[in-house]
Every structure is written in structure tokens, then in C-alpha cells.
Design a protein around this ligand. Structure first.
Ligand code: XLS
Ligand code: NI
Ligand code: NI
Length: 435
């Protein structure tokens, strides 16, 4: 029984192919910088977008056709979706997936029933993983959809809501552990505020840190060895999300002594919402040794929210892959398509066009980035730009073995410094040579 009878298993046909159900660039076994593309890119599909996103927007209801879904909250319906999803993973050749507890299993009348449903669905997912070899990149708890979380979960002013959220985290960690998940993500869905008039920020942040510390302890207690991630986002749904950007997350983790236990999961559209480039967010994370995983998507310059578009911009994918290669590749993480089709792309086949395009865009980004690195001019330029710090007074500054007195004497005798151009346009041209 096939849920996507019109879609073949997608394979690599090369840049000359005109077949929309074929990869033009993603050739899983092709070796780039000593590793296969599959190993470099570690693609993941987001259960919430593929299986649960009806494509509604604030002005209109869902449009997505899901002929396999009876629209109910039954466990049977949830079990059926897992089969559809694994056929999707098989046909696209995506090796990993990610979920929220409530994407895969329904929220039922009470917590015990919801936990039991989660248990049933994860049993089934375990079997499907076993059969297919697909892996769970990360799991997470949805602490933002249900009305009880309207004022936050870990930062809710209600201790009972906090406890409910903590219970969901516990069950979602159990589920992730049971499925051999490589990671577990905390995205602070509503951990922020709408107005400071009613908010005690210090207490909220203390509470959030307490939740994360308990999660670290529980991780040890159950022997879960996956990587914890925090996913920065500046706003939406709250006016201000505490996990605003890479720098804010790192500061929070450092302040609450959590830095050893977390890495960051950086999402392109969140970076741009924060007023940063993705390059900036990745750079900040990498320099702190804390880039864990990536939510691959892109935003729309003309729309000011998290539009979660599929990545198609080759400059974007090239810059991401330059950073990923520079850090030496992913370990536990990967490229999770936290992306949805446009509301107009409502047919099941559009799921395939979307992911195939995203995979090809990243495959090209990888090849382009590897070619730029092999060429070496870009890296050489940056290295030479700072060469004055390699010796003499510059080396003394870097090793902190000079003083304002000595630098003043140096400046007095050396006279007006000679400046060298930053050559931004030349470097843009260089990148374009490869794209
Ligand atoms: C929402 C987030 C969310 C996380 C998982 O903007 O990107 O999808 O990735 O909770
Ligand atoms: Ni995300
Ligand atoms: Ni997002």
C-alpha cells in the first residue's frame, strides 16, 4: 500500500536531468572533502511540517490535502500517519527526522492518557526505524500550542503549569531516549513575554534555568546520551523570547552554569528575524564551540515573520556549508528542514518538490563551499588581513604582554598607520566565481 503512488523513489540523475522527481546535485554517496554528501548533510524531516501542517495562516484555514488523515485525535490516526511519514522518508532518501511529542501522538483528556498515547506511537516508530534504518535526529516537547501554555511553560507565572510542562519534558525525553534520539531540543515556544508590565523577568529566567537543570539531571538518571540543544528565536509567538539569538542563549547558559550541557540549534529564519545573518549566528555559536545542529529554512525579506520557507537560495546554503565545513562537520546534529510549503502548494507531491529542492540547494551549497575552500583565496585573504598580529607589537597584543604605555610609544614612533582595503566587492566577486 502506497500513500504517494505518483511519486517514485527519488534518485540522483545529475544536473542535466529535467525530472522533477530526481536530484540534480544531491548524490548521497559522492565524496566531498573526504566524506560522502550523506554524511556531510545529514538531512532531517520535521514531523510537524510534513505530517501535521495543514498550511493554515491567520487569514484562512488549512489547504493541505492529506487523504490518509481522518482528521481525528485518535491513536489509530496517529499510528497511520507514522507509516505515511516513513514512506515519505524512504522515497526522499532523508535519513533523519525530528518531532514534538504532540506531533506524533495526540494530547488526550488528561496527562496519563496523553502519555499512554505517546508510548503506543513511539513503539510503532521504533519498529519503523528498525525496518528502515532511519534515525531520530532530535525530539522535543510542544510547550506552546495548548492554551495552558499561553503565558509560558518554564516561565509561566503558575507553578502548576510549570510542573505540567516539566512532566511533558520528562515524557518527551523518555520517548527520545527510547527511539535512540541523537539529540533533544528546547525551543522556548512561549518562554518570553508580551509585556514587561506584568513580568518578573528575573524569576522567569531563574525558573527556566531550574527546568533545564532538572532536565540535565534526568538525562543522567535515564542514561540518555543525546545532545541537548537550545534553539534561539527573538520573537513570535511572544514579543520578546528569552532565547533571542546565539549570543543571548550563550549568555544565559553561562550565567546559569549550563554551558557544558547544551549546544545551539540555529534556524535560518530565526537568525534573520533577530536582525542577523545566518552566517553571524553560526559564527557566534561555532566560536563558542556550541554549534550543534541547524534548522534549515529561509525567510522572506518582504514578510516579517517566521515564514519557514524551504531553502532555495544558493548564497544562503553556500554560507551555511562554509561554516559547517570550517567547524569540521556535524557530530550529533544535521540539517533539519524546519520548513513548510506555501499555502498554495497543497498537494502531497508538493512535499516532495519542497524537500528535493531543499536537498539539492544544500548539495550545491556543499559543493560550492568545498570548491571555495580548495581554491583557498578566501581563507588566505582573511588570514593575511590580520597578519600584523602575527609578530611584533600585534603578537604582543594577542598574548596580552603589552600595555597602553608601550602602545602609545609604538604609535608615537610609527606614525599614521597605513590602511589596507577590506575588498568586500572583490570577495563578493570571488564567491560568484563559484556559484
Ligand atoms: C518555531 C521553531 C520550532 C522548533 C521546534 O519557530 O522553529 O519549530 O524548531 O520546537
Ligand atoms: Ni525550528
Ligand atoms: Ni522556526
Amino acid at each position: 500500500m502506497s500513500y504517494f503512488p505518483e511519486v517514485p523513489t527519488i534518485s540522483y540523475e545529475g544536473p542535466g536531468s529535467k525530472n522533477p522527481f530526481a536530484f540534480k546535485h544531491y548524490n548521497p554517496d559522492e565524496v566531498v572533502e573526504g566524506k560522502s554528501m550523506r554524511e556531510h548533510l545529514r538531512f532531517g524531516a520535521a514531523y510537524w511540517h510534513v505530517m501535521r501542517n495543514g498550511l493554515a495562516d491567520p487569514f484562512g484555514g488549512p489547504t493541505a490535502l492529506m487523504p490518509w488523515d481522518d482528521g481525528s485525535d485518535s491513536v489509530e490516526n496517529a499510528l497511520k500517519r507514522t507509516e505515511v511519514f516513513f514512506e515519505f522518508l524512504e522515497k526522499t532518501g532523508i535519513d533523519f527526522y525530528c518531532f514534538h511529542d504532540r506531533d506524533i501522538a495526540p494530547e488526550l483528556g488528561d496527562l496519563a492518557k496523553s502519555n499512554a498515547a505517546l508510548e503506543k506511537v513511539t513503539d510503532q516508530l521504533a519498529g519503523l526505524q528498525e525496518k528502515s534504518g532511519k534515525k531520530l535526529l532530535w525530539g522535543t516537547a510542544c510547550l506552546f500550542t495548548h492554551p495552558r501554555y499561553a503565558q509560558g511553560a518554564g516561565t509561566s507565572p503558575s507553578a502548576d503549569v510549570f510542573a505540567y510542562g516539566a512532566a511533558q519534558v520528562k515524557a518527551a525525553m523518555d520517548a527520545t531516549h527510547k527511539l535512540g534520539g541523537l539529540g533533544y531540543t528546547f525551543w522556548g515556544g512561549r518562554e518570553g513575554y508580551a509585556t514587561l508590565l506584568n513580568t518578573d523577568m528575573k524569576r522567569e529566567l531563574d525558573h527556566l534555568a531550574a527546568l533545564l537543570h532538572m532536565a540535565v539531571e534526568y538525562k543522567k538518571a535515564i542514561g540518555f546520551e543525546g545532545q541537548f540543544y537550545i534553539e534561539p528565536k527573538p520573537k513570535e509567538p511572544t514579543t520578546h523570547q528569552y532565547d533571542s539569538d546565539s549570543a543571548a542563549c550563550l549568555n544565559f547558559l553561562r550565567e546559569y552554569d549550563l554551558l557544558d550541557h547544551f549546544k545551539l540549534n540555529i534556524e535560518t529564519n530565526h537568525a534573520t528575524l533577530a536582525g542577523h545573518t545566518m552566517q553571524h549566528e553560526l559564527t557566534v555559536a561555532i566560536e563558542a564551540g556550541a554549534l550543534g545542529s541547524i534548522d534549515a529554512n529561509q525567510g522572506d525579506e518582504l514578510i516579517g515573520w517566521d515564514t519557514d520557507e524551504f531553502p532555495s537560495d544558493l548564497y544562503g546554503t553556500t554560507h551555511v556549508m562554509l561554516k559547517v565545513l570550517e567547524m569540521g562537520g556535524f557530530t550529533t546534529g544535521g540539517l533539519n528542514f524546519d520548513a513548510k510549503r506555501r499555502r498554495e502548494s497543497h498537494e502531497p507531491v508538493d512535499l516532495f518538490h519542497a524537500h528535493v529542492g531543499g536537498m539539492d540547494a544544500f548539495a550545491r551549497g556543499l559543493k560550492i563551499a568545498a570548491a571555495i575552500r580548495a581554491d583557498g583565496r578566501l581563507a588566505d585573504f582573511v588570514k593575511n588581513r590580520y597578519a600584523s598580529f602575527d609578530s611584533g607589537i600585534g603578537a604582543k597584543i594577542e598574548s596580552r604582554s603589552t600595555s597602553l604605555e608601550e602602545l602609545s610609544a609604538h604609535a608615537l614612533s610609527a606614525g599614521e598607520p597605513a590602511l589596507e582595503s577590506g575588498r568586500q566587492e572583490m570577495l563578493n566577486n570571488l564567491i560568484n566565481e563559484f556559484i
